[in-house]
Design a protein. Sequence first.
Length: 70
Amino acid sequence: MKEYDITSLDANMSSYDKGKKKQITIKINNNTIDYFRDLSEKVGIPYQTLMNLYLTECAESNRKLKMVWA
């Protein structure tokens, strides 16, 4: 699995979503939430903000998901 360096993420709003947030309901695995909660404690950014920053970076860089089915 590829590792991402989140230290370069800008905690401020990016140009991609500048204030255009929409509240949604989404089901996320517990281990994924735990990962971002643990990371948020280390970097001092709320975990939901951290998740939003990561997803925003994916969208801005047009990152494609590579899935391998077992």
